[in-house]
Write a protein that binds this ligand. Structure first.
Ligand code: PSU
Ligand code: MN
Length: 311
C-alpha cells in the first residue's frame, strides 16, 4: 500500500462537506478499555447516542494500515474482536500504516486525526494523564501534550482516577489546555463525580461551549484543545469505598506484576472491571454515553453557529 491518506467514511465525508455536525470517537476504549464482547455492543451504543442527539459519529481507527475516520460496522467489529490490535498514540500512526497494522487510536491519536480531518468535537470516557509515580517513571500520557497543540474540544469525565489527578491538572495548565466544567466547578474523577479539585471555569450549555470554540477560532491566538469535563451525577457514580479499595489493589498488582508503559492503563481498567464484578463497567458505559450525547449537542450548536456566521 502506498496511499496513506486519511480515509473518510462516506457518511462522514458528506456531513463534513455540508457543514453538518460530526463527533469523533476513539477506538482504544473499544479494543483495550472494555472487555469483549461488551465492547462491540458499547461501541455501537456510543454511535447511536451521537445520532440520537443529531450528529454523525466518526469512530477513528486503523484497519490493515488504513487510517479511517468513520469506521463502518465491519471495521468496528474487527477492531473490537480480533487479537493483535495495536494501541496507537500519535507517534505510532505512520509506522502502523507502513506496516499494515490494525490499530486502535488513543485520545491523543484520535484528537490529532479528527482535527486533521476537520472535526472539532470528540467524545471519550476519561483522558490519560500523569501517572502516580510519574516523578520516577516519567509516565505521562501523550494525551496531554497532544491536546496542547490540537484544536479540538474533548468531552470527558475528567481523567481516570487511576492517575495523579492534581499533577495532571497542573500539567494541563502548563501546556495551555483549556478546562471547563460542564455545569460544575469541580473536576470530575471519572468513576467518581468529584476528584477533589476546583475548576476556574464552568459552562452551562452546549451553545456556550460552541461560543468558546468560536471565540478561540476568531481570536486566532491559541490553537490548543479544550476539555469539557462532564461529571456523572452522584447517584450514578461507582461506590467510593469500592472504588478506593479496587484502586489500591490494582496499584499493588501493577507493582507486583511489573506492568509498565502503555500496558498500564488497560491493565488497571481490566482490574477494575473484574474486581468490581462489572460495576465499574456499567459506570464506564454510562460515562461514555453521557459524553457522546453532550458532544453531539455541542457539535450541533457549533454547526448552527457556523451556519449563522456572516461569510
Ligand atoms: N479512558 C477510558 N478507557 C480507555 C482510555 C481512556 O475510560 O481505554 C484510553 C484512552 O484511549 C486514552 C488512553 O487515550 O487510555 C491513555 O493511555 P496512556 O495512559 O497509555 O496514554
Ligand atoms: Mn503511559
Amino acid at each position: 500500500m502506498t496511499n496513506f491518506h486519511i480515509r473518510l467514511g462516506a457518511e462522514v465525508a458528506d456531513a463534513l462537506r455540508d457543514g453538518r455536525p460530526v463527533v469523533a470517537l476513539e477506538s482504544t476504549i473499544v479494543s483495550h478499555g472494555l472487555p469483549r464482547p461488551d465492547n462491540l455492543r458499547v461501541a455501537r451504543q456510543i454511535e447511536r447516542a451521537v445520532r440520537e442527539a443529531g450528529a454523525i459519529p466518526a469512530t477513528i481507527g486503523m484497519v490493515g494500515g488504513e487510517l479511517v475516520v468513520g469506521l463502518d460496522d465491519a471495521q468496528l467489529t474487527r477492531l473490537a474482536m480480533v487479537d493483535g490490535v495495536s494501541k496507537l498514540s500519535v507517534r505510532d500512526l505512520a509506522v502502523a500504516a507502513a506496516t499494515g497494522a490494525d490499530g486502535a487510536t488513543t485520545v491523543a491519536a484520535t484528537s490529532a486525526v479528527a482535527a486533521a480531518a476537520g472535526i472539532g468535537v470528540f467524545a471519550t470516557g476519561g483522558l490519560g494523564g500523569v501517572h502516580r509515580e510519574a516523578a520516577q517513571t516519567f509516565d505521562e500520557s501523550a494525551d496531554l501534550v497532544t491536546l496542547a497543540r490540537t484544536p479540538i474540544a474533548v468531552v470527558c469525565a475528567g481523567v481516570k482516577s487511576i492517575l495523579d489527578v492534581g499533577a495532571t491538572l497542573e500539567r494541563l495548565e502548563t501546556l495551555g489546555v483549556g478546562v471547563v466544567g460542564y455545569r460544575t466547578r469541580r473536576f470530575p474523577g471519572f468513576y467518581l463525580t468529584d476528584a477533589g479539585f476546583d475548576l476556574d471555569w464552568s459552562v452551562d450549555s452546549p451553545e456556550q461551549v460552541a461560543d468558546v470554540l468560536a471565540a478561540r477560532e476568531q481570536q486566532g491566538v491559541h490553537g490548543g484543545g479544550l476539555i469539557v469535563a462532564n461529571p456523572l451525577p452522584t447517584d450514578e457514580q461507582l461506590d467510593p469505598a469500592l472504588h478506593d479499595r479496587t484502586l489500591a489493589e490494582g496499584l499493588a498488582r501493577l507493582a507486583r506484576e511489573g506492568v509498565t508503559g502503555k500496558a498500564v492503563t488497560p491493565f488497571l481498567l481490566a482490574h477494575f472491571h473484574s474486581a468490581t464484578e462489572g460495576a465499574s463497567l456499567a459506570v464506564n458505559v454510562r460515562i461514555i454515553l453521557r459524553n457522546a450525547d453532550l458532544a453531539a449537542r455541542i457539535a450541533v450548536a457549533a454547526a448552527a453557529l457556523r451556519a449563522d456566521a456572516p461569510a
